[in-house]
Design a protein around this ligand. Structure first.
Ligand SMILES: Cc1cc2nc3c(=O)[nH]c(=O)nc-3n(C[C@H](O)[C@H](O)[C@H](O)COP(=O)(O)OP(=O)(O)OC[C@H]3O[C@@H](n4cnc5c(N)ncnc54)[C@H](O)[C@@H]3O)c2cc1C
Ligand code: SF4
Ligand code: SF4
Length: 419
C-alpha cells in the first residue's frame, strides 16, 4: 500500500520539519525527533491518519510553495521576495541586544508587539529545559518567556506545531520561525480567515539550514562537555555578535561548569553545517519571503571580534510589517537606520548563490527521477543563469554525487505511532 501524502513527503526528503501538519492534526500526526533525519512527522496508520495527512498537504510548505501570490515588483524582489523597506539596527534593551543572535531585533519586535497590545502572545521556539540539546515550541506572554527564545538555535525546531493551539485558542499571536516555518503558517492562514486574524504578524529569521541532533552532540564533544555531564544550557549564538558556542553543565556532585567557547564561524563551518538535511540544500527561500518581517545578519558590515555589539538586518515584506518596525522605532524599542532595499544582496552573498544553486540541484534530482518540491512562480532559473559556469556545473554534478553518496533514492524512515 502506498504511503499517505505526509509520510511520502518525509520519505522523499521533502519535509522541512516545520511541524505544521502535526499542529493542525494533533490526534493523527505527531512530530518525532530523529537524531539523523531531524524532527519529522509520523502519521497514525488508520483512516483518521490518512484523512489528516491528505488535508495537511494543503499547509505543507515542504512539498509546495507558491510565489505567484507574492507581490514581486522588480529583480531584487524576484531574487529575494518582497522588500518594502530595510533597516540595520538593534534592540534598545541592552540585555535583548546582548543575548540576541545578531542585534536582538526579533525579540525586540516581539516585545514591542506584546507590550504595545498588538498581540496577546508570541509563538516561538526555545531550548527544552529538560534537555537543552532539543527545542520546544512555546507561546510566550511576557519578556521572561521571550528571552528564553533569544539567540539562534542551530538545531531542529518545529514552531509551526503551534498552529493547532493558536486555532483552538482565542488569543492573537505573533509567529516567529524560519522561512519554511513561516511559509507553512502562511499557507494555513491563507485558507482559514479565523486563523489569519489570530496570527496578525509573522517574523522570519534568515536560515542557511537546520542541523540535526547528531551535529549538536558533536558540538558538545568539541566544547568538551563530558558524556555523563548534566547539560543545563547550550548557546549557539548570542552574548555578543556573532557570539560564542558554549554550554553550561553540572557534574555528578552538582557543581556547575561553563564549557570552553568556540567562535560561531568554527562551530558552524566545521561541525554544524555539514549536518544540514538534504531538504535545506534545495530550499528556495532562505530569507522568509512569506513573512511580514525578516531578520538576519548584516554580514556586509561584519563584526570585528567574536563578541561585538550586535546588529541585525531588518526587512519589511508587507505594509503591516513595515508599520510594526516603524512603530517599534518610534517607541524607542528598536534602534535602526534605513538602508537601501538591495543591501540584502551584499549582506547575504552565500544565500543568493544557494538560491541559484537550488534550481540546478532540483533539475539534477528530476533528471534521475527523484521527487522535488513543487515551486510555483519563483524565478530560480534566472538566479541559476547568473552563477558562474563552475557553480552551475557544481550545482548539478555535486547533486548527483550526493545522491550516490547519501543514497537519496532510498526512503527516509522515522519511527511510527499507531498500530
Ligand atoms: C538554523 C539557523 C540558520 C541561520 N542561518 C542564517 C544565515 O545563513 N544568514 C543570516 O543572516 N542569519 C541566519 N540565521 C539567523 C540569525 O542567526 C538570527 O536569528 C537573526 O539574525 C535574528 O537575530 P536576532 O538577534 O534579531 O534574533 P533573536 O532576538 O536572538 O531572536 C531569535 C528568534 O529566532 C527564533 N529561533 C531560534 N532558533 C530557531 C530555530 N531553529 N527555528 C525557528 N526559530 C528559531 C527564536 O525563538 C527567537 O525568537 C540562522 C538562524 C538559524 C536558527
Ligand atoms: S514540511 Fe512541515 S507540514 Fe510538511 S510534512 Fe514536514 S512537518 Fe509536515
Ligand atoms: S534552509 Fe530552508 S528548509 Fe532548511 S530549515 Fe532553513 S528555511 Fe527551512
Amino acid at each position: 500500500m502506498s504511503a499517505d501524502p505526509i509520510t511520502s513527503v518525509v520519505e522523499r526528503n521533502l519535509c522541512t520539519g516545520c511541524g505544521g501538519c502535526a499542529g493542525a492534526f494533533p490526534n493523527a500526526i505527531r512530530m518525532l525527533e530523529d537524531p539523523v533525519h531531524g524532527r519529522r512527522p509520523v502519521v497514525a496508520r488508520n483512516d483518521e491518519g490518512r484523512a489528516a495527512s491528505k488535508a495537511a498537504m494543503a499547509i505543507c510548505s515542504g512539498a509546495n510553495s507558491d510565489w505567484s501570490q507574492l507581490q514581486i515588483r522588480d529583480q531584487t524582489e524576484a531574487d529575494w521576495g518582497p522588500i518594502l523597506s530595510t533597516w540595520e539596527g538593534w534592540a534598545a534593551d541592552p540585555e535583548i541586544r546582548l543575548k540576541g543572535s545578531s542585534g536582538g531585533a526579533v525579540t525586540a519586535l516581539a516585545t514591542f508587539a506584546l507590550h504595545f497590545g498588538q498581540v496577546d502572545g508570541v509563538a516561538h521556539v526555545a531550548a527544552r529545559q529538560d534537555d537543552p540539546r532539543l527545542n520546544e515550541a512555546v507561546i510566550s506572554r511576557d519578556r521572561v518567556g521571550l528571552m528564553r527564545g533569544s539567540g539562534s538555535r542551530y538545531a531542529q525546531a518545529s514552531p509551526a506545531e503551534l498552529v493547532g493551539e493558536i486555532t483552538r485558542g482565542a488569543d492573537q499571536v505573533a509567529f516567529i520561525g524560519k522561512p519554511c516555518d513561516v511559509a507553512s503558517v502562511r499557507r494555513a492562514t491563507g485558507q482559514d480567515n479565523e486563523l489569519a486574524a489570530k496570527i496578525p504578524l509573522t517574523i522570519a529569521i534568515f536560515c542557511a539550514g537546520a542541523p540535526n541532533l547528531k551535529a549538536t552532540d558533536r558540538l558538545l564533544d568539541r566544547l568538551e562537555v563530558p558524556k555523563g555531564g548534566d547539560l543545563i544550557d547550550l548557546r549557539y549564538r548570542g552574548n555578543g555578535w556573532p557570539g560564542l558556542m558554549q554550554a553550561t553543565w553540572r557534574d555528578k556532585s552538582g557543581v556547575e561548569h561553563l564549557s570552553k567557547g568556540i567562535p560561531y564561524a568554527e562551530g558552524w563551518g566545521t561541525i554544524l553545517q555539514g549536518e544540514r538535511r538534504w531538504r535545506c540544500n534545495i530550499c528556495a527561500d532562505h530569507t522568509g519571503a512569506f513573512a511580514d518581517i525578516s531578520v538576519g545578519d548584516p554580514w556586509h558590515a561584519p563584526p570585528q571580534g567574536d563578541q561585538d555589539a550586535g546588529r541585525s538586518l531588518i526587512v519589511a515584506r508587507t505594509a503591516k510589517g513595515r508599520a510594526v518596525v516603524e512603530a517599534a522605532i518610534r517607541a524607542g524599542v528598536l534602534i535602526a537606520e534605513p538602508r537601501s532595499r538591495d543591501v540584502i544582496e551584499d549582506a547575504q552573498p552565500n544565500l543568493k548563490k544557494t538560491h541559484g544553486a537550488a534550481w540546478g540541484r532540483i533539475a539534477a534530482m528530476r533528471v534521475v527521477g527523484l521527487q522535488t518540491p513543487h515551486l510555483k512562480g519563483q524565478r530560480l532559473w534566472s538566479l541559476w543563469l547568473r552563477l558562474s559556469t563552475k557553480q552551475k556545473l557544481q550545482s548539478v554534478l555535486g547533486t548527483w554525487k550526493r545522491i550516490l553518496r547519501n543514497r537519496l533514492w532510498r526512503n527516509v524512515t522515522i519511527a511510527r505511532i499507531g498500530p
